[in-house]
Design a protein around this ligand. Structure first.
Ligand code: ADP
Ligand code: MG
Length: 267
């Protein structure tokens, strides 16, 4: 596992009255774990009815390796947009996203779409609300796919990881035979199979009933946070955010950090 501890540091609180535009809020517990993500001056807007609507603006954020970070915000506040900018699926109008990967500092926002895709395949795992499994591939083929796209051999890893998520006896089943919770377990295995530096989860329990959501969350936290990985999760659920190391609210296009009462809770 490449990621080590978890910390985060800079975050602009732009809505704060009197805040300087370049002010950053840094938690007192800045530790020694490595800086993983630097976001500077990020802006994203969409054209709507002939006007430009700014969804995210002046986003500055530093995240350290190993952190479990929750993004909270109302529906439509820009959580998915921010995750898509961090993964390089989308490009911003302005600003930079830089990741530290294998000793290199890679500014995703300066890369071509193709180069961003290759970077993402190597370094990032993504889990979606609606699972997004490929219906024409079996469970084991879905999980193996990221390895194939990265030109890496499976060597039994997909079957092993599926056993670890409790689906070792469903390898040759197709996704439509599985319950929502089971499909999300497959999606978690698929997101982790290539041992990514960073895992992004976009409302991963948002389409599951409470009990199933809870068990999927436990699994996800065990395989990510429990293994020292960096996890950024968009969620509506304050009870999930209560377990995070850092909670960031997306409000009116800006990030506001919640100052947590307790730190370092166990998974
Ligand atoms: P959240 O994930 O917090 O619910 P999103 O990031 O999906 O919010 O969306 C933020 C805003 O951006 C919404 O108002 C949404 O309608 C708009 N938006 C997202 N994607 C697009 C797009 N491709 N084209 C136009 N508007 C978009
Ligand atoms: Mg969303």
């Amino acid at each position: 596992m490449r990621a080590e501890g978890l910390r985060a540091e800079g975050l602009r609180s732009v809505d704060e009255p009197g805040a300087r535009p370049d002010a950053t809020v840094r938690p007192a517990h800045t530790g020694s774990s490595a800086l993983l993500i630097e976001i500077r001056g990020l802006r994203k807007s969409y054209a709507e009815a002939g006007r430009t609507r700014i969804v995210l603006d002046a986003i500055d954020l530093d995240l350290r390796a190993g952190e479990f970070v929750c993004l909270l915000g109302k529906s439509g506040s820009g959580k998915s947009t921010l995750l898509n900018l961090i993964s390089g699926i989308d490009a911003p109008d302005a600003g930079d996203v830089t990741l530290h990967a294998d000793g290199e500092r890679v500014t995703l926002t300066t890369l071509s779409e193709r180069a961003r895709t290759l970077f993402r395949r190597r370094n990032i795992g993504i889990i979606f609300q609606f699972f997004n499994l490929i219906p024409t591939l079996t469970v084991v083929e879905n999980v193996r796919l990221p390895l194939e796209l990265a030109g890496r051999a499976d060597g039994g890893a997909a079957a092993e990881l599926l056993a670890a998520v409790g689906l070792g006896d469903r390898l040759d089943t197709y996704p439509d035979r599985l319950s929502g919770g089971e499909q999300q377990r497959v999606a978690i295995a698929r997101a982790l199979i290539h041992d990514p530096l960073l895992i992004l989860a976009d409302e991963p329990t948002g389409n599951l009933d409470d009990d199933t959501g809870e068990s999927v969350l436990e699994l996800l936290l065990r395989l990510t946070r429990g293994a020292g990985k960096t996890l950024i999760m968009a969620t509506h659920a304050p009870e999930i955010a209560a377990r995070a190391d850092r909670v960031l609210h997306v409000v009116h296009g800006h990030l506001q950090e919640e100052h947590l009462q307790k730190e370092g809770q166990a998974v």
